[in-house]
Design a protein around this ligand. Structure first.
Ligand code: SF4
Length: 375
């Protein structure tokens, strides 16, 4: 295949098809991919800033009926170490979050069969009453599908009820790989790929900010990775004009430690640093309509995170206070706010704190002078 023609097409923001994406991802020289992806990053986000944020992951509950084969976090109902987080625990965690300069909770957890829509609407409205400035980046398409089925509501109705009481944005959780062949093996009880996309379509219609993700490096093929990206791009194309749609895309590799996929099926993570760089680059190249590409520094670590910023990514994500899900499967990279900013600086960029909508702001606790004022 003529790579130069494909680079030219990508740089003119003309969508690449699956065959072209696969050819670039598997065969193009990595330095060329990085160069093209970096040029596109400059197109979407000109300048030398790289984003980061502080939020706190709080798991609503670890009781889940889904038992995805890559998940070490979920527990059966009645298990000795199962829990539903209490309002008292939220208060302690939110107070600590505010003291560290963050203002957002990432609320995720299991699909607990005992918890219906009333549980979530009560919880969100109580949190907003107690902390009016707190931002709730919560749940994900699988939970919305689950709640819609449980309560016999449409996705639109579930999302509307939740946004009315304080849901600020919807994470792209549970996407894994948007292929039902893969999902039947890794997450058979979860939303299908079509259901995942349908929820996001509804979220885009009501202008709820969303993100998109991919968890790769297990049983999927290269073709399925590229199809995943194209499905996201196609949906983003259909979002109403001036609506947020997918604000960012975050790929992260499967963490295999102690998972059923590894222990019962011998599936190891195929992650390598060089392949992550190719993944970041091809994501930037294929997703010509998603402005932000975030490298998952918590799963790939400092060095690959830094390199990602030269390969099309413009953000390293959150320092994520109290992350329990990927860390339960072996992702042990941890950074505080100062370290995150130093990493970005060391990579040659200006660290800019941002919120979930990727709006930059400066906080007095940030280690660098206000980059928005050119400091
Ligand atoms: S990944 Fe999420 S949905 Fe799947 S078993 Fe774990 S908690 Fe449940």
């Amino acid at each position: 295949m003529d790579f130069k023609r494909l680079y030219d097409k990508a740089l003119r923001l003309i969508p690449l098809n699956a065959e072209e994406g696969i050819a670039l991802y598997t065969k193009a020289p990595v330095e060329e991919l990085m160069y093209v992806a970096n040029s596109l990053r400059q197109h979407h986000n000109p300048g030398n800033n790289a984003g980061w944020m502080i939020d706190r992951n709080v798991n609503l509950t670890n009781i889940c009926f889904s038992h995805c084969t890559f998940c070490n976090f979920c527990r059966k109902k009645g298990a000795a170490d199962s829990y539903v987080t209490s309002i008292h625990e939220y208060k302690t965690k939110i107070d600590e979050l505010f003291s560290l300069g963050g203002d957002q909770l990432l609320l995720q957890g299991g699909m607990n069969p005992d918890l219906g829509i009333g549980f979530y609407t009560d919880l969100f409205s109580n949190l907003k009453k107690l902390y009016p400035s707190i931002k709730l980046h919560a749940l994900g398409p699988p939970e919305i599908v689950y709640l819609a089925k449980k309560e016999k509501l449409s996705y639109f109705e579930v999302l509307s009820l939740l946004t009315k009481v304080g849901l600020d944005s919807l994470p792209g959780a549970g996407a894994e790989i948007l292929s039902d062949r893969v999902r039947k093996i890794v997450s058979p009880a979860k939303a299908t790929s079509e259901e995942w996309l349908d929820v996001m379509r509804e979220a885009h219609k009501i202008n709820l900010p969303t993100s998109a993700t991919m968890m790769y490096g297990h049983i999927e093929t290269i073709e399925e990775r590229i199809e995943h990206l194209i499905k996201l791009r196609d949906l983003q194309d259909k979002k109403p004009e001036n609506h947020y749609g997918f604000i960012t895309f975050i790929p992260w590799p499967f963490q295999d430690e102690g998972t059923v996929l590894l222990q019962k099926h011998g599936i190891k993570s195929s992650y390598t640093g060089p392949d992550y760089i190719r993944m970041i680059s091809i994501s930037r190249i294929i997703l010509n309509n998603i402005r932000n590409i975030q490298a998952s520094i918590l799963t790939v670590g400092k060095e690959i995170g830094m390199l990602s910023l030269h390969a099309g990514a413009n953000d390293l994500g959150s320092i994520m206070i109290e992350e329990n899900v990927v860390s339960a499967a072996g992702a042990n990279n941890r950074f505080n706010a100062d370290e995150m900013q130093s990493i970005i600086k060391e990579a040659g960029f200006i660290p800019v704190r941002r919120n979930q909508k990727y709006e930059a702001f400066y906080h007095p606790t940030d280690s660098y002078r206000d980059p928005l004022k050119g400091g």
